[in-house]
Design a protein around this ligand. Sequence first.
Ligand SMILES: [Zn+2]
Length: 63
Amino acid sequence: MPGPDPVPAAVLAIVRCPLCRGTLAVRTHSEAPAVRLACVACGREFPVVDGVPWLTPEDALKA
Ligand SMILES: [Zn+2]
């Protein structure tokens, strides 16, 4: 299980969705990738691997 703070708040404060520049929020799922950053604007999700957000359009998961 991921910890309560899988992505540091300092990171969340600066990262943006690469597709629409919306802000991102941590979302956890039961299936892999379990930790993702979800764009609050367009709904796309990006995997977080070992605490590192993969914020490239190619890594975007369908909402
Ligand atoms: Zn977006």
